[in-house]
Design a protein around this ligand. Structure first.
Ligand SMILES: *Cc1c(COP(=O)(O)O)cnc(C)c1O
Length: 362
């Protein structure tokens, strides 16, 4: 067993900021003077209600959103949102535009179709194995919403700018880049994010919905799949994922108070991306798999000259304390997930290791 923590580049569940983990550890046995752990406390207790309220307020401050937007916490992961979105927002005589940029968008489309909803793939990057973000998309003005995946965790692409949808609300799966940069929420009707990439542990999904969209839900959908339930009951209709919400609250506090907000967070993330992509571009040993203008600052996907070298690279990295560098099982290759919690130092050290490995094996 290792005694030291490694540099964790896992894609998800992923690294959390060390100060947050330490804070959890420190108050784990006695949560805010309650004499019990947060995982033993009532979700209706004053202590927990403060946590929930703080998580919501910090989300609103960080994303600079007004009161029209409701922040809720749902279980079932981002994958359940793939169904909840069309179930709540897409009437039977309407159609929604989806942009297919990889595995998760494909699943979102399929899930809407499973519900016999009408969806149109307005653009797709499947023709080149999802290595880019489509541009100049012709969205339908009549679409009920436009669904995108802001960051493609598996293929390593990210929307640098969001499309002009001529007033049609954008719905975005932001599981792997929420809170990594400032966001102009005015374009969005709904944003959702499984917490386990960038803001917390698995088991909770954050959803932010503009209140006028709440009226679209048809009567008769299950209570737990209706966004209104979460908004009206402030995520406390039933027992919420308390530990997850508590961790999110601490991560948001860390972003606000230690990092200094999303502009600062974005600047650090930009520096990290710059470090690793310039190493990849600086030689011919590593080859980035995403088009440069579509590259993700969260998931850096790359190949080595052959698969045998990739295996040795991942093994040697692990021996040197760098974990989680294997690409997704569906695509192979390598991937460094450098979410908010991956420090600049971690990425500097990884880049130094990669440089050294290339020199020895190139
Ligand atoms: C991980 C991931 C998902 C799936 O999330 P679950 O919480 O496991 O359902 C969906 N979308 C994106 C972009 C992801 O990165």
């Amino acid at each position: 067993m290792k005694n030291e923590r490694i540099y964790n580049f896992n894609p998800g569940p992923a690294a959390l900021p060390l100060p947050v983990l330490e804070e959890i550890q420190q108050e784990f046995l006695n949560f805010k003077g309650s004499g019990m752990s947060v995982v033993e406390t009532s979700h209706r207790s004053k202590q927990f209600e403060e946590v929930l309220e703080d998580a919501v307020n910090r989300t609103k401050r960080l994303l600079k959103i007004d009161d029209r937007y409701k922040v809720v916490f749902v279980q079932g992961g981002a994958s359940m949102q793939f169904a909840m979105v069309p179930m709540n927002l897409l009437g039977n005589d309407e159609s929604a535009d989806y942009v297919n940029t990889g595995t998760w968008s494909t699943k979102a489309i399929k899930e809407a179709q499973n519900l016999s909803k009408l969806v149109r793939t307005a653009a797709s990057s499947e023709d080149r194995n999802f290595c880019y973000i489509p541009k100049n998309i012709d969205f339908s003005k009549k679409a009920a919403y436009v669904h995108i995946t802001s960051n493609n965790t598996i293929k390593g692409t990210q929307w640098a700018e969001f499309p002009d949808t001529k007033g049609v609300p954008i719905v975005s799966d932001m599981s792997s880049d929420i809170m990594s940069r400032p966001l102009d929420m005015s374009k969005f009707g709904l944003v959702y994010a499984g917490a386990q990439k960038n803001i917390g542990p698995a088991g909770v999904c954050m959803a932010i919905i503009r209140e006028d969209l709440l009226d679209r839900a048809p009567a008769g959908i299950p209570t737990m799949l209706d966004y209104k339930t979460y908004v009206e009951k402030n995520s406390l209709y039933n027992t919420p994922p308390c530990f997850g919400i508590y961790t999110i609250q601490l991560v948001l506090k860390w972003i606000e108070e230690t990092i200094g907000g999303l502009e600062k967070m974005a600047e650090i993330n930009r520096q990290k991306g710059e470090l690793i992509y310039s190493l990849i571009d600086g030689g011919d040993f590593y080859r980035g798999t995403a088009d440069p203008d579509s590259r993700s600052l969260m998931n850096v996907t790359f190949r080595l000259p052959d698969e045998d070298l990739e295996k040795r690279f991942i093994a040697s990295a692990a021996e040197n304390g760098f974990g989680g560098l294997k690409g997704h099982r569906s695509v192979g290759g390598c991937r460094a997930s450098i979410y908010n919690a991956a420090t600049l130092k971690a990425v500097e050290d990884l880049t130094a290791f990669m440089k050294d490995f290339a020199e020895k094996n190139g």
